[in-house]
Ligand binder design. Structure first.
Ligand SMILES: C[S@@+](CC[C@H](N)C(=O)[O-])C[C@H]1O[C@@H](n2cnc3c(N)ncnc32)[C@H](O)[C@@H]1O
Length: 382
């Protein structure tokens, strides 16, 4: 399949149609008898996704897999972050997929092995790695059977399990993933010094710690405040504590580090709004460290259920957004004025607030509708 698609005439046709409406294109007959229009559209989609997600693959000779594999692959940005945390001799990716993670994560290793159960996908990765000039051993096998036969010890095993189903309402358990990490936990630990696993942001951290006793590090990774991945590290070597990192890539916000369980003994101090208002980023919210943030930063929290913080002196090193604000009476809100509306621990949603006060969305200024210990309050940018 790969070779046919790389034919220069077909590649020219793909490149000429990068902005064509794909459903319309799909209805047409392929101008090339050797490839279907479906295969051509798949390549166009791949290039479109690559522009945003992995621009390093926008090169001649690269082949793209079906949509599902494109969606399942990591972005270049998160992969680069993870790559900086790993180094050693031997790296193995047990769930190679389209190989985006593997490409970056293996950067600081001498020997690279890529395992993938899907033969077509592995062929595509093999082609692409040749184009990119990267060497690896490619193994088309189920990792469970590879593990059973394997006698080698790796420095790092990487896994990015696939979701078995897309039922987003269901409680998200490790058993819902392929492979099932719980079932192979022991074998993994005896085959590598470090196991690194990428998980969905929907997974519950307390649950993870309860079922994976060998966990020693958790990274909550966002890109521009959109939480993309929970990455966990396992090792058979017993560690006394679990280090957690809240990371918001593509922002100027600092990484926030804490030890798992610290929140339970964390004490927030409370206060009414002062000059600066702080909204933690979504990695901090995912970590659920609402009291610890107040304790570690010495910022006051507005209310037990309002995760907004305040201070008179500016604390620039905050993992989130900082606003200079003042209290405002509801009567002073001018109709038809333009604001970004934020609602936190407040009975109305931003859309309802905008309707109630006839506000236009956007602009430079913010209105925060929230509650402090004294009751409902409205804060306005100064
Ligand atoms: C989420 S994707 C990995 C994406 C990859 N990290 C990337 O950046 O492109 C998961 C992959 O694991 C593979 N996989 C799932 N279960 C497997 C198993 N038991 N053995 C081998 N591969 C498996 C799937 O075929 C799929 O391609």
């Amino acid at each position: 399949m790969g070779n046919k698609l790389l034919n220069i005439k077909i590649q020219n046709y793909i490149n000429a149609n990068l902005n064509t409406d794909l459903p319309t294109l799909l209805l047409k007959k392929s101008p090339f008898p050797e490839v279907s229009m479906h295969e051509i559209v798949q390549q166009i989609k791949g290039k479109q996704v690559a522009q945003k997600k992995f621009p390093f693959l926008l090169k001649e000779g690269i082949i793209f897999p079906p949509q599902l594999n494109l969606e399942q692959s990591s972005s270049e940005k998160t992969a680069i972050y993870k790559s900086k945390l790993l180094k050693g001799e031997k790296f193995i990716d047990f769930t190679t997929g389209f190989g985006i993670d593997a490409y970056y994560l293996s950067e600081n290793f001498k020997q690279i092995t890529l395992v993938e159960q899907n033969p077509d996908l592995l062929e595509i990765v093999k082609n692409n790695w040749e184009v990119l000039g990267k060497n690896a051993t490619f193994i088309n096998q189920k990792l469970e059977s590879f593990l059973k036969e394997n006698k080698e010890v790796f420095d790092v095993i990487y896994l990015d399990p696939a979701r078995r189903d897309n039922n987003k309402n269901k409680v998200f358990l490790l058993e819902d993933l392929s492979p099932d990490i719980l079932a192979i936990q022991e074998e993994l630990l005896s085959s590598a010094d470090k196991i690194v696993i990428k998980l969905s942001p929907l997974i519950d951290l307390k649950y993870l710690v309860s079922v994976l006793p060998s966990i020693f590090r958790i990274d909550i990774i966002a890109v521009k405040n959109d939480v993309k991945e929970i990455v966990i590290f396992l090792s058979k070597e017993k560690k006394d504590f679990i280090s957690c990192y809240c990371v918001n890539l593509e922002s100027n916000e600092p990484v926030f580090q804490f030890t798992f369980g610290e929140e339970e003994n964390g004490h927030a101090t409370y206060g009414e709004p002062e000059k600066y208002i702080y909204i933690p980023n979504n990695t901090v919210l995912k970590a659920g460290i609402f009291n610890l943030i107040s304790e570690k930063t010495e910022l006051k929290k507005l209310h037990p259920n309002t995760h907004l913080y305040t201070s008179d002196a500016l604390m620039q090193d905050f993992p989130g957004r900082i606003f200079e604000m003042e209290n405002i009476d509801a009567k002073k809100i001018q109709k038809k004025s333009q604001y970004n509306v934020i609602s936190k621990n407040y009975p109305l949603k931003p859309e309802e607030i905008k309707k109630k006060y006839s506000l236009k969305d956007g602009g430079e200024k913010y209105l925060i509708f929230t509650q402090s210990k004294k009751g409902k309050i409205i804060l306005k940018s100064v």
